[in-house]
Design a protein around this ligand. Sequence first.
Ligand code: SAM
Ligand code: SF4
Ligand code: FES
Length: 340
Amino acid sequence: MNSREIIEILRDTGPADELFRKADTVRRERCGDGVHLRGIIEFSNHCARNCLYCGLRAGNTKVRRYRLSDEEIFASAGIAARAEIRTVVLQSGEDPFFTADRLCGIVRGIKERAGCAVTLSVGERTKEEYKELKAAGADRFLLRFETSDPGLFARLRPGASYENRFQGLRWLEQAGFQTGSGIMIGLPGQTFETLANDLLRFKEFELDMVGVGPFIPHPDTPLGGEKRGTMELTLKIVALTRLLLPDTHIPATTAMGTIDPQGRQKALRCGANVIMPNLSPVEHRRDYSIYPDKICVTEAADHCAQCVDAMINSLGRRKAPGFGHSLKNNITKSSQGSPT
Ligand code: SAM
Ligand code: SF4
Ligand code: FES
C-alpha cells in the first residue's frame, strides 16, 4: 500500500467494514485468537516536558504529583504474576528522579520477584542508558513518535527534538529491545497525508509493537478547547497498521475504551491482539490523568485483570499463553529463556 492508497481509504466516508474484516482475518492468520495481557503500572506522574496535549505536562500545576516506591511497584508486579499476566509495562512522565540506575534496580527486582517480561515507557533516554536498561533485563520499550509531521511535532512538543525521537527508536533496536511506537489520532493540524506518512513510518521502522489511540483534549492543557479524535478514524488506523505490519503487536488502547465503552472490543475485532489492564495502586490512578475521564480510575487492579479476561472471553477469544514477545522472526530472547 502506498501513501495515495492509504489516503483514499482514510478519505472514504462510507462504512469501513470490509477493511475491518480484512484486518481481522490477517490478525487471526498471523497472531491467532490469543490476546496478550500487559499490565500497566503508572509509577510516576512527574514530568519535565511540556507536551501541549498531555495532562501530566510540567506546566499543569493542578496535578497532584506522586512517585511509587520500589516496594509499591513490586507489589503491583506481584498482582500481575498472580493474575497470570506475563508482562508489566512501567510507564511514567519523563521523571529525572528515576535515573537509569534506579530503573535498572526496579527492572531486576521485578524479574526476580514476578518473573515476567518488562516493558518500559518512560520517555527519551540516552543511547548508553538504553543499553544499561536492556542489560538489566528490560525486554521492550515503547516510545511513540506521536506524529511524523516535523512542524506539528515541534509545535506540540516544545523543547523536544523530532530527530532524537526517531534516533531513539534506532538506538532501542540496536540495544536489542523489542521496540514499540505509535501516534495519536485527531491531533489538531494532523491531516490524512500526515497519517499516511505515520503508517509508512511504522513500516519503515519494522516495529514490534504499534500503539495508537485517539487524541483526547485535557481541559488543563493548551489544547483543552480542541476536538478529540474519532473512534472511526482510530479503528481505520488500527486496521491499516495490521495490514501493513501483519506481525506486529497492536493494543486495544485505554484511550479507545475511554471515548467509546466498546472501544477496546471494537479494536480487538479489527486488528488488535493486546490489551493493557491497569495495575497501578488505586489511590493514585486519578492523578495519572493524561486525558480526562480515563477508564478504570476507581477499579482495583484485580478487578481490571478479571474484567479484561471476561472481555476476551466474550469476544470468543482466549488469553494468549507465554510472554507475548515479538512475533517478528520468532524472537525468544530474554525473560529467563522463555520458550514463547
Ligand atoms: N512520558 C512518556 C512519553 O511521552 O513517551 C510515556 C508516558 S505518555 C503519558 C504515554 C502516551 O500518552 C504518549 O506517548 C501520548 O501518545 C499519550 N497521550 C498523552 N496525552 C494524550 C491525550 N491528551 N490524549 C491521548 N493520548 C495522550
Ligand atoms: Fe510528559 Fe509523556 Fe505527557 Fe509529554 S506525553 S508531557 S513526555 S508524560
Ligand atoms: Fe478496568 Fe474493565 S479493564 S474495569
